[in-house]
Ligand binder design. Structure first.
Ligand code: FAE
Length: 528
């Protein structure tokens, strides 16, 4: 597998294995296939198209993250965020707003196409990755395969045996999934925080389970031994990992470029899609510079269009296309079926003797698994709070089985897409998380932390999520394989296919479903 080609500069707009084709064409740039977005869904599409010999262009609105900044690093430190941290912000917006109610976390920055975005809707904001690799650049790397029964409940028309026999294993192998060495886990200071949370869960009679990750645990052990440059052990995660993590630019996308058939254009945001009389798709994309100014508006055309802009990006494009009349035959269900995967963050205060340690790895490796509890299904990831001193805090990302769903709609006045999520819908997740953690607090005689999520004494972070899912749900807005209803050769391959909840961290499911779509589409629709 090769590494991504070195970019000449951060503002580079075109990367290929061979040298980039010469000048930008003045008019329409044609390709047999175009992929919008380079997260999990987009990366799988690009690789499988490239391997099948289909010349493919990938359009990504974020930048390529392979150029060192003035500090010699590609990504900035979490503790000292600079312009690289967030997508066109003048101040960072970290998930944990405060510590001891003090605004110690967020910093003023210069607007720039940074790697983490927080997209604000009414009552809900959504964290997403921006750049070549999408969410894989900023996420916690937890690579979880959902319980088969819940997968079947969410995807009743998908052959679960084929998913678990073929596509989940294929996805895990390509993503480089591995597990922490249990003996090292039990002995290292870097996972004391996890062991302390496990002890509290066990005291409440709850089950915990190890969770795989795409961070290279061999590398992490070398970090701990002092023989490798620290990344997960240097608090790096939400603004990017400089080492250790097998993000998509090192796996699927590197392999896609290695086919020689895939070209990647960065800092280009697709804003409109329509169809020409001959059935090809016409795309309008704004190319921005590092200040965010639109420096060029480009036109593309392709016979086959693969949408991998993520739940927000893909759904926004399609809702806009349907409701402004550029793709009027899209199904009425486009925009519907969106959920937060029941995400709620919270923290507990441990007793003074139950330390969590000043040293904390940023890669979670364990969850409290109470999903089988029909009364209150919750899977809670034991999350780090790596701020470099003892806090006695146990932090969690609870994934609850919240059945609430919302719809994206086109607002013609503001020319934007709105999300109809309400605070009452978040309250459903909070109630489920609270039920589980009240139990843990009762068993351990502990309390919640009140100082981490802003506004006086907010215990449950109910206003943001990391797992946006749905909007173009499989089998509703598309057929059973991601082919968009109403249009030939238009496909969705990303998290918008998942109907609002999958019960675990979602990227393995998104990747496996994309593998399934690509296998079917290449065999049936694009066969030579
Ligand atoms: P995604 O990875 O978001 O990729 C979409 C790409 O398309 C992005 O690069 C966009 O910049 C680009 N794009 C969007 N619209 C356009 C457009 N119009 N034109 C051009 N480009 C566009 O989508 N999941 C896990 O399974 N395990 C974890 O540990 C985990 N931790 C997380 C931690 C954080 C902080 C965050 C933010 C997310 C986390 N997630 C985790 C969620 C996971 O990253 C997410 O489900 C996937 O990245 C979604 O994959 P998609 O392919 O749907």
């Amino acid at each position: 597998m090769i590494a991504l080609q070195t970019a000449a500069a951060a503002g580079l707009t075109r990367v290929g294995l061979q040298s980039a084709r010469a000048a930008e064409p003045a008019a329409v740039d044609n390709a047999p296939a175009i992929v919008v977005g380079s997260g999990y869904g987009g990366a799988v599409a690009a690789l499988r198209l490239g391997q099948a010999g289909v010349r493919t262009v990938v359009l990504e609105m974020g930048r390529l993250w392979n150029t060192a900044g003035p500090d010699g690093k590609v990504f900035c430190a979490t503790s000292a965020p600079d312009q690289r941290s967030m997508w066109f912000r003048s101040r960072t917006e970290a998930p944990l707003a405060s510590f001891l109610w003090l605004d110690l976390v967020n910093k003023d920055i210069t607007p720039y196409p940074g790697v983490l975005d927080r997209v604000h809707y009414d009552n809900m904001s959504v964290y997403v990755g921006r750049g070549v690799g999408g969410g894989s650049l900023v996420n916690g790397g937890m690579a979880v395969t959902p319980p088969a029964a819940y997968f079947a409940e969410q995807f009743p028309t998908v052959d679960a045996a084929e998913m678990y026999g073929t596509y989940f294993p294929r996805a895990r192998a390509m993503l480089g999934v591995n597990t922490v060495d249990p003996a090292w886990f039990e002995s290292t200071d870097w996972y004391r925080f996890t062991r302390t949370s496990r002890k509290a869960a066990t005291a409440a009679g709850l089950k915990t389970t190890f969770v795989p990750n795409v961070y290279d645990f061999g590398y992490m052990q070398r970090e701990a031994a002092g023989t490798a440059t620290r990344s997960a052990l240097a608090a790096e995660v939400i603004y990017g990992n400089n080492q250790g993590k097998r993000s998509l630019d090192k796996t699927y996308l590197a392999a896609a470029l290695g086919t020689g058939n895939v070209t990647l254009h960065t800092l280009e945001k697709v804003r409109a899609v329509t169809r020409a009389a001959d059935g090809s798709y016409l795309l309008t994309a704004d190319r921005i510079d590092l200040t965010g100014a639109v420096v060029e508006t480009k036109q593309y055309s392709c016979a086959s269009l693969f949408l991998g802009g993520g739940s927000l990006g893909t759904t926004e494009l399609l809702v806009r296309a349907r409701d402004t009349g550029t793709l009027p035959d899209l199904d009425a269900s486009v925009g519907a079926g969106w959920g937060t995967n029941g995400n709620t963050m919270l923290a507990r205060a441990n007793h003074v003797w139950d330390t969590v340690g000043a040293d904390q790895s940023t890669m979670p490796v364990m969850g409290i698994d109470d999903w089988a509890n029909a009364d209150n299904p919750v899977f809670a990831e034991i999350a780090p709070l790596p701020i470099g001193f003892e806090t006695w805090v146990s932090l969690y990302l609870a994934i609850t089985k919240n059945p609430e769903r919302a719809r994206f709609t086109w607002d013609s006045a503001s020319k934007t897409v709105k999300l109809g999520w309400s605070a009452a819908q978040s309250a459903v997740s909070v109630a489920m998380a609270k039920k589980l953690f009240d139990r843990i607090n009762a068993a351990n005689a502990t309390i919640y932390r009140y100082d981490l999520f802003g506004s006086p004494s907010k215990v449950f972070a109910d206003d943001f999520c990391y797992h946006p899912l749905g909007g173009c749900v499989l089998g509703r807005a598309t057929d059973g394989y991601g082919r968009v209803k109403g249009y030939k050769r238009l496909y969705v391959t990303d998290g918008s296919l998942v109907p609002g909840s999958i019960g675990v961290n979602p990227f393995v499911t998104i990747t496996a479903l994309a593998e399934r779509t690509m296998a079917r589409v290449l065999a049936e629709d694009l066969a030579p």
